[in-house]
Ligand binder design. Structure first.
Ligand code: ACM
Length: 545
């Protein structure tokens, strides 16, 4: 059946029988299944031409949707059971989410063309007789998308949500602000997007590249765009986690509002949104006024991302250069007044302020693992990116953790060692490397391991300036990642990568039907190469650092 991610248990019916679906299958949608029925009518309807009419009195549906208590036997709220036999397909979810993941399985079973947006002529449709019970290993199965370095227009975000959902991934972490751009409308601070959402030019390639693209770059999501994105994701059982990065990675905000910067050491009035890659020295000033400004930003954010959608709000907290705070008399005075431990203590103070502020509003702070350095409120969680160590320390201290070590699951990193890889950066991380990624380090105690909520793959976009470049970096590796976080896999060395590759043959046809410009197994196609654009490879890095 070539399902990806592979289900926990799938028993094919002996004899290879299939249930044939005619030109007008009937959809019997039981109580609580309306959202999934709507999705099936929209997606399968587009691909097949079916309208999927509801079952009338006494008519047995070809496809039957149900919510039932524990249909898969102890596999949790996102589990489902799918039975296909002579009387059609019956799909039962433990919740609407479980039902939705089962609907994704059903679509895969119909074949690659069920992922198209219009029917091809002459197609007939059938489903293999089978019994599948399935449910995810982790509740946080995510991808982080950096829409700051290169803006991804709204349609691209909606498409990404569909692609996540097709892989049973359920978290989209949106990195909305950085030195190179501010991407979300904040009504009380209109210059954040008026000024901060565009830059005059961009470096082509990574930091060592001498080339520039002189076309202005930018864009932002209006608040209604964000509401639409959040609602679209919710219908697909994907949570959107917003990130506003403080106190570093803030040059775009400072360019928009110069008083946010360290005005006693730099003339922030002449700063522009950064046009280069790297980590800007221009960080937020540690003042009460800056805290009030960002409280205003987060107030609007909380309204756009209700707690039911994401109790978590990501505050960044990574990579904050300290030079300006060292040089700033005002920052030094602040250190003395707060009694914190130097510039590092100032960074912790900044993050801890928003930790408490969010907790007072019933929300949970999540941040990159640097936030651990100053001590955290009990409910705060950590995105472990600098390897596993931060995640291990956080989990042992009782904090929830999302594993996303850069050495393993940064999908901006190159996929092979060849000179043909477009703008190669970072470590070589092949499809097999991602397949053998393990989110829970073996040395964790069982109590600490229970704090690993799951994992996410991170996609930074300095060298991805188009949807095709994004597709190339993300696929097929996201399919391997999906299997890591959904399926209950053995230890990395014991995983059946050859079997996964065999199933990928069918999955490439699904990605073709979905219009995804993935990296083919044989390497980049001529138009996927970027000859002459310098990246920043890390040469000779050991494979499992
Ligand atoms: C990060 O990669 N700076 C979180």
């Amino acid at each position: 059946m070539d399902l990806i991610p592979v289900p926990l248990a799938a028993v094919p019916h002996e004899g290879g029988h299939r249930y044939a679906l005619g030109p007008e299958p009937v959809l019997d949608a039981g109580p609580g299944t309306g959202g999934v029925a709507r999705w099936l009518r929209r997606e399968l309807g587009a691909a097949t031409g079916w309208s999927l009419p509801p079952a009338g009195e006494g008519v047995r549906g070809d496809l039957r949707l149900r919510i039932g208590a524990d249909p898969a036997g102890g596999l949790g709220p996102e589990s489902y059971r799918l039975d296909i036999g002579a009387d059609g397909a019956e799909l039962t979810g433990a919740t609407a989410a479980g039902l939705f993941w089962g609907a994704q399985t059903l679509r895969q079973l119909l074949g690659p063309d069920a992922h198209r947006r219009a029917p091809l002529p002459g197609r007939s449709w059938s489903l293999p007789y089978t019994a599948i019970t399935d449910g995810p290993r982790f509740g946080w199965r995510g991808m982080m998308l950096d829409v700051a370095r290169h803006f991804l227009p709204k349609d691209g975000v909606l498409r990404s949500i569909d692609l996540l959902a097709a892989h049973k991934l359920n978290v989209l972490h949106l990195h909305l602000t950085d030195d190179q751009g501010w991407r979300i409308e904040i009504k009380r601070h209109p210059r954040l997007t008026g000024v901060g959402a565009w830059r005059a030019r961009s470096r082509r390639g990574h930091r060592a590249s001498p080339l520039w693209n002189d076309t202005p770059h930018g864009g932002f999501y209006t608040q209604d765009d964000i509401r639409e994105i959040v609602a679209y994701a919710a219908e697909r059982h994907v949570r959107v986690v917003p990130e506003i990065d403080v106190p570093g990675h803030s040059q775009a905000a400072i360019a928009a509002y110069p008083q946010l910067g360290n005005t006693d050491v730099v003339d922030t009035g002449v700063l522009e949104v950064w046009d280069d890659w790297g980590i800007s020295e221009n960080v937020l000033a540690p003042t009460e006024a800056v805290l009030r400004f960002y409280e205003g930003v987060f107030e609007e954010l909380l309204e756009l991302f209700p707690a039911e959608v994401s109790p978590f709000v990501h505050v960044g907290g990574d990579e904050c250069p300290k030079r300006q705070w060292r040089d700033s008399a005002a920052a030094q005075e602040r250190i003395a007044q707060l009694g914190v431990d130097g510039e590092d203590g100032l960074q912790s103070w900044f993050v801890r302020h928003f930790d408490g502020w969010l907790a007072e509003r019933g929300r949970r702070l999540i941040g990159w693992d640097e936030i651990l350095e100053g001590g955290l409120a009990p409910g705060a969680a950590v995105s472990s990116w600098r390897g596993y160590a931060g995640g291990i320390a956080a989990a042992e201290a009782g904090h929830d953790v999302v594993m996303c070590p850069e050495q393993r699951v940064y999908l901006d990193h190159r996929q092979a060692d060849g000179a043909d890889e477009p703008v190669p950066i970072g470590y070589v991380r092949t499809l097999e490397d991602v397949y053998r990624f393990e989110p829970v380090p073996p040395q964790l105690s069982p109590e600490a391991a229970a704090h690993v909520l799951g994992a996410q793959a991170n996609v930074w976009t300095e060298v991805m300036d188009s949807q095709d470049r994004l597709d190339y970096q993300v696929f097929p590796r996201l399919a391997a990642f999906a299997e890591v976080v959904w399926s209950r896999q053995p230890a990395p060395a014991d995983r059946d990568f050859a079997g996964f590759e065999e199933r990928m043959a069918a999955h490439y046809r699904r990605l073709d039907a979905l219009g995804v410009a993935y990296r083919p197994p044989g390497g980049p196609l001529p138009w996927q190469r970027r000859p002459g654009l310098l990246g920043r490879p890390i040469e000779g890095a050991p494979p499992n650092v």
